[in-house]
Write a protein that binds this ligand. Sequence first.
Ligand code: FES
Length: 145
Amino acid sequence: MVDISEIRTLVNTYEDRQTALLPVLHYIQDKEGCIPTGMTILLADLFNITQAELKGVLSFYHDFKDQPPTGRVFRMCRAEACQARGSEALAAQAQEIAKGTDTAVEAVYCLGLCASGPAADIDGKPVARLTAEKIAQLILQEPAS
Ligand code: FES
């Protein structure tokens, strides 16, 4: 569990406390795999915002989850450059490939790999120049430990 002192230390590296909110949320998400609902009161208090405001931020950014993933996560880029290279069809194929596995297929909107699309990430690792065959390999292979 992320310790509040770690969060306070991170917040103190920012001149303006409010600008630390997203980095803090990413920090917690990276460590916990989610933003535990038990932390929302503490975070709202730390940032001097209401819980409703915090929930607004959390629901706006789909990357923030309230539960850690139960399996692998394959996120297919659905932004314009990847769409132009067929990501919509590949996402549908990924959904089919993932049936019966513990891999969740989600959408993401630009991973910064536009020139190498269609792109995705699997368990946070970026992958590019995807084809249906590559996607099948990624989803069906055992996760690296
Ligand atoms: S549009 Fe897909 S990585 Fe940028």
